[in-house]
Each structure stands twice: as C-alpha cells, then as structure tokens.
Design a protein around this ligand. Structure first.
Ligand SMILES: [Fe+2]
Length: 410
C-alpha cells in the first residue's frame, strides 16, 4: 500500500521505517511522521495495518516535492506561504530551521514570518560576502557543514535571532531565468549530505515563481494601503480629527474582527473598509464640515450624507466588495434604528458597519481634539456599554473591545 506523500516515516514497536520528522501522529501502536502539522486521522487509521506489516511504501523526499509545491500554489498570504515553505523543507531534510532571503541592491534581506526572530533580523542587511551571498552569486546549491572555521558565516544574524547556526545547505531561488533570493536550511544533526542538497535545489526551483508573485503582490498591497492612508489622513486633518483617525479605526476594527473570528480575507476587507469609512467627507463643503456652532437641520443632513458619498465612491472601484462598501455606508447606523443614513436596525446592519461603529466612537472619544481633552478608556467603555445596553451598539462587539483594553492591546 502506498502512503500519502505527506507521510515520511512510521514506527512500529520501536522500529523506524523511513524518516523521523518533527510532526508525529500516533494511531494505537503505530507512530506516523509527517510533513504537516495536522494529519487526517481517518487516513492514518486505514494505513495502520499496512504499517504494522511493514507493507506501507513511502516516497523519497525528492519525489514528495512536486506535491508540496502544488499545495503551496494556492492563494496564500506571504506569511502563511513562508511558514509552510519553512515547515515542509525542515521536515523533508530533518533540519531545525529555514530562512529565505531576497536580493536588494547590494545585499540580501530576510523575509520573516511572525513570531520567532521577527522584528530582530529583517532590518539586518546580509552582505554578499556571506554564505547566503556566496550561494546567490555562484548560483549553486552549496553545503557548509563546518561553520566554525568559515569566515563567510555572518554572525550578526545569529546574535540578533539568539540562534546558533551549526551547518547550512542553501540554494538560489529563481523565477524563470532570474534569481531573486536564497533559501537556507539550518542545523541537521550530523550535517547535510548530497541528497539533501538535491532535494533543496528541486524544492527551490518549484516554489520560486509562486514565492516571487506573492512577494510582489504583498508589496503592491502595502503600497496601495500607504497611498490610501495618505489620502484619508488629509480628510481626517480637514475634519479637525487627529491625523491618525482612519488608521486608528482600521487598527481597532481589525483587532475586533480577529476576536470575532473573521477569516484572513474578511479581515483584509475590514481593514480597507475602516480606512475608507469617512472618505465621503470629501464631498462635504468646509462651511458645513468645519462650522463651529450649531448646525441647521439641513447642514446636519448634509453631514449625514458622507456615508452615502463614501459608499458611492467605493462602489466605483473595481475590487471593492459589498462588505467594504457596507462599512462606509453603515458605520453611523444604530441597532435601535436611531442612526443614519437609512435608520437600519439590528441584523439589517452589516457586521462591518457594526464593528466600525464601535471602533469609530472609541477612537473619537479617547482622542484629544481641538475642542476637547481626551477621555479615559474606562469612561469611554462605560459610555459604549451603556449605549449597547440601550440597544444602540452590538454588545458582543463592545465586550470584545473591553477585552482588548483589559489585555492592554488598546
Ligand atoms: Fe463617519
């Protein structure tokens, strides 16, 4: 019987067939070693007897790579992609860690995932005279099993990451004919061999294109976000808000959304929606928006229109979803029907509208303004809770906000 590609080894009564990896799953007396952090236990249950009789045939690491590459070739965020790449290559080569560096001008830079050494190593430029630089310039997969005597080993990174690199196998990463980075796999117990180098080289070839397009995509998204924030900060400033209002509302909304269990895609959309929530103020004349005294009913109606203007502006953009538009349109709606522009109630108000409403009020009241001092978080939470009890805000969302303040995240 053939084992699925993600099983690299198994152990029956202490006898190992294939190889051990970091991810072990036990089904009665059989332990399976896999390249994924989660395993399909039903499948393992079915393979158990074949494993007991040692009739389970495994693939060689090099044969497994195309399957992994195919699985990585779906739509993933850069962070998830990097994590999966690192995890699978470490399992395949039985190594401790893996890092990916990209070429930038005259040096290499780390691409890092969250956690681990993130925040400590990505700002360190890795010189071209280093091991990674040598691999990149020579365009070859190379093994370095004795780093103690190798002057090319760049110790700056180990120090910052609080990590001791003992040995390395590394390979350039290509997109078509252009090399753009290096993948390094670190620390194998008895050092890396020729087979490891071949496996890594094949792996690097197969993930290159996907990695490159994901990096480019992420950079473009970051750039777009910066442009949008620059535009909204001008609107915030005009409205006597702090310059950071839209950015803050976006940050708080995403934290609330995460607590509510929204998917990565929804969180991305929620962030865009929150950044843009007041974009419609662009259509309100200064004489009304900045009027110091009381507004006439007509003027107030005009202000209310910023929600509708915002939704109109956003609906003209190609990749903007209904969810994103709903946040701009409905962030002043209240659950009891007392809000605007449509006096919608309860479940008729979108989740994005309900989340941004809470984040908007929280930031507006805790911020210092020209006309008022900042209010304490406790006081603002009290007001929000009171309003939620009166049926204006979604209590579940206000509770999540309270949790965030309690945890010190806000
Ligand atoms: Fe607004």
């Amino acid at each position: 019987m053939k084992a699925p590609y993600w099983i690299l080894g198994y152990e029956v009564s202490g006898k190992l067939v294939g190889r051990k990896t970091r991810d072990k799953f036990r089904v009665s007396d059989v332990a399976f070693y896999t390249i994924s952090e989660s395993a399909d236990l039903d499948v393992l249950e079915k393979l158990k007897d074949a494993a007991r009789g040692k009739k389970l045939s495994l693939m060689e690491p090099a044969e497994v790579i195309p399957y992994i590459a195919a699985e990585l070739n779906t739509s993933l965020s850069l962070t998830t992609l990097l994590k999966r790449i690192q995890h699978s290559i470490c399992s395949l080569l039985s190594a401790e860690a893996a890092s990916i560096l990209v070429h930038s001008e005259d040096h290499l830079e780390f691409l890092v995932t969250e956690g681990g050494a993130s925040g400590r190593i990505e700002s360190i430029p890795v010189p071209m005279e280093s091991i990674a630089g040598t691999i990149f310039l020579k365009e070859k997969t190379m093994i370095f099993n004795d780093l103690s005597k190798d002057k090319r080993h760049f110790k700056g990174v180990d120090k910052a990451a609080k990590f001791v690199t003992k040995n390395i196998v590394g390979s350039p990463i290509w997109t078509g004919e252009n090399k753009f980075g290096v993948i390094e796999v670190l620390n194998k117990e008895r050092g890396f061999g020729k087979e490891d180098a071949e496996t890594l080289e094949k792996f690097a070839r197969l993930i290159g294109r996907k990695l490159y397009s994901t990096i480019a995509n992420e950079r473009m998204k970051k750039l777009m976000k910066e442009i949008v924030l620059a535009v909204t900060s001008v609107i915030d400033k005009r409205d006597r808000y702090t310059q950071e209002h839209s950015r803050n509302v976006a940050r708080i909304s995403v934290m609330l959304g995460r607590k509510l269990g929204l998917s990565d895609k929804d969180l991305e959309d929620l962030e865009v929606s929150a950044i843009f929530h007041d974009i419609g103020k662009i259509g309100i004349p200064d004489s009304v928006l900045l009027k110091p005294g009381r507004l006439t009913p007509d003027e107030y109606n005009l202000i209310k229109n910023h929600t509708v203007f915002g939704a109109e502006i956003l609906s003209k953009l190609k990749h903007v979803t209904e969810n994103i538009i709903s946040g701009a349109l409905e962030h002043h709606e209240r659950l009891d029907g007392s809000g605007y522009p449509n006096g919608k109630k309860d479940g008729d108000i979108s989740l994005f509208g309900r989340i941004i409403a809470v984040a908007d009020v929280y930031d507006a009241l805790t911020a210092k303004r020209v006309y008022k001092e900042e209010w304490s978080k406790e006081k603002v939470l009290e007001i929000l809770r009171g309003d939620a009890e009166k049926g204006k805000f979604d209590m579940k969302i206000v509770e999540k906000l309270e949790e965030l303040v309690k945890e010190g995240a806000l």
